[in-house]
Design a binder for this molecule. Structure first.
Ligand code: SF4
Length: 396
């Protein structure tokens, strides 16, 4: 077996080949990582993200644009709001952290805001780690507040490093570290859209995991707080307000799911030679390339992955029951296609001792019975069997 350094170089070259000549790698951000962790069985997403393929550009080239991404206006509004929150050396941001998460600490006066610029992502990660160590100081902290503006963290994902950039990390006077997420959706009367808050929490949980890896290299390891600060515009104004979000559950789920990801190296090794996902290739060639990697489509992909429309179409064309949702999939046991399900329901296939097959046959019998009743002369029910079937069938 070649030494690890040689293997790492070979893998990087293989991933560059998958992106295509001259195509820059797209960095894996926390949002993508949280979505990846939410579907750990999808090798397609894992290899595309691991290789740094721009999935939105790939979806465009496949002829099924994703519709993902912020409008230019929303992007500029978000940036303007973040700049406002961090203005004046982060005074308002630190005030929010102090008031929301650490009211017992000394109020922040002028905080340290270390310069985190360095060459390349590895340099920025090292600079961030150094700044965190200096800001934490001795056990128990330095007694001062420090704001790290857009630090860069690294997290191992399926054997490849992912670089993650939280909006901010605050080092408390006691040496604890807090992740800050700044979002441009409004907080109305102290609460925000639960779906958006949930997505922000999953994203922040990824940052917490990455920060814990930095903390683990210090002796003693400083505490990484599991309550993050979510900063949003207050009501319909541009004034910042904040809320503490407990991400312990999201952190635990993400950590567990990340360990379930198949190693990028193993997925890459299983691909046929010459596979390339460059968006410059013809759609037919790209479709064939994408199909070389098994996917695990579920309707949840529609809210989380740029390739969702493509994978949904393929999943439906194959009659896969995953297109009906994970809960339906789980109920059907080993039956993986709609044809298998119908054959089992009609008694043409399947083991009668299988609870899923037995339930399907019972449902089919009930449906037949209901249709016969509805079609009987003098019955009060709907006369149109097709309509009746829709109304009573538990397995349409
Ligand atoms: S849309 Fe496709 S590639 Fe993306 S996670 Fe779902 S199955 Fe995987």
């Amino acid at each position: 077996m070649p030494p690890p350094r040689t293997r790492g170089t070979a893998l990087r070259q293989r991933l560059a080949d998958l992106r295509g000549p001259g195509v820059q790698a797209k960095a894996l951000d926390a949002r993508a990582l949280a979505a990846l962790a939410a579907n750990p069985g999808c090798r397609r997403r894992a290899i595309l993200d691991g290789a740094g393929v721009d999935k939105a550009a790939l979806a465009d080239a496949l002829g099924v644009p994703s519709g993902f991404g912020q409008s230019q206006f929303a992007f500029m509004r978000g940036n303007a709001f973040e700049a406002r929150v961090k203005a004046d050396g982060g005074a308002e941001l630190l005030r929010l952290v102090h008031r929301t998460l650490d009211p017992g600490a000394e109020p922040p006066g002028r905080a340290e805001v270390p310069d985190l610029t360095a060459a390349g992502p590895e340099g920025r990660v090292a600079r961030t780690a150094l700044a965190l160590r200096e800001a934490t100081g001795a056990p128990g902290g330095t007694g001062a507040w420090t704001l790290l503006d857009h630090p860069l963290l690294a997290l191992d994902v399926a054997g490849s490093p992912a670089f993650l950039e939280p909006d901010a990390v605050v080092v408390h006077p006691d040496g604890g570290w807090t992740v800050v997420e700044i979002k441009s959706f409004p907080m109305l009367d102290g609460s925000a859209d639960p779906g958006k808050v949930g997505a922000a929490a999953r994203q922040a949980a990824v940052y917490v995991l990455a920060l814990e890896e930095v903390a683990a290299r210090l002796d003693p390891a400083p505490p990484v707080r599991q309550r993050v600060l979510l900063v949003c515009p207050k009501d319909f104004s541009n004034l910042p307000t904040a809320s503490a979000v407990d991400v312990r559950k999201q952190r635990a789920v993400t950590a567990r799911q990340l360990t379930r990801l198949t190693r990028i190296e193993d997925i890459a090794d299983a691909l046929p030679g010459g596979v390339c996902f460059s968006p410059g290739l013809p759609a037919a060639q790209l479709t064939a390339a994408v199909e070389t990697v098994p996917a695990s489509y579920a309707p949840e992909c529609l809210a989380a992955c740029e390739l969702a429309f493509h994978c949904r179409a393929r999943s439906r064309a194959a009659g896969a029951v995953t297109a009906l949702g994970r809960s339906v999939r789980a109920e059907l046991g080993g039956l993986s296609t709609v044809d298998d399900v119908l054959a089992a329901a009609h008694g043409e296939a399947g083991d009668p001792g299988d609870p899923a097959v037995a339930a399907l046959r019972r449902a089919a019998a009930l449906r037949t019975e209901a249709l016969a009743l509805a079609a009987a002369p003098g019955a009060d029910g709907p006369r149109d069997p097709a309509r009746a079937g829709r109304e009573v069938s538990p397995c349409r």
